[in-house]
Design a protein around this ligand. Structure first.
Ligand code: HEC
Length: 106
């Protein structure tokens, strides 16, 4: 939460800088792309590389991204028999939540 507010106030204070840096949504996509995409489909379409891993666009229907924030901070271990534990930084989590929100079909 704090990181998202910080990111937002940064965008408001320094629009010129924000243009030069990747947006939170792009950063979030990148974080998922490097850590999760070898198993989960992270985009708006396409099947997951790992047959049992639900695409993120399905996960966000089950868990609102804000509710995932805590699990991401603690590291999701349950439901991940095949995968090493991962920990995201607070900045990455804010970005990931911003990205996941773009997957929700309103
Ligand atoms: C090595 C493969 C692999 C990687 C890498 C991986 N996952 Fe998963 N994930 C799975 C599988 C398989 C499941 C389904 C497990 C099940 O249903 O028992 C799953 C399920 C999930 C679920 C749903 C859990 C539930 O309770 O329904 C979430 C959320 C999730 N993964 C998030 C992530 C995130 C975020 C990342 C990257 C930071 C990630 N996963 C990386 C394999 C992976």
């Amino acid at each position: 939460m704090r990181s998202r507010l910080a990111a937002m106030s940064c965008l408001m204070l320094a629009p010129a800088m924000a243009a030069a840096q990747p947006s939170p949504v792009e950063e979030g996509r990148h974080a998922l792309d490097t850590r999760c995409a070898r198993c989960h489909a992270i985009g708006a379409e396409g099947a997951s590389p790992h047959a049992e891993a639900p695409p993120f666009r399905e996960i966000v229907k089950r868990y609102p991204p804000e509710n995932l924030e805590e699990s991401l901070a603690e590291g999701i271990t349950s439901g991940h028999p095949d995968m090493p534990e991962f920990i995201l930084t607070p900045e990455e989590i804010g970005a990931v939540v911003a990205y996941l929100n773009t997957l929700i079909v309103k």
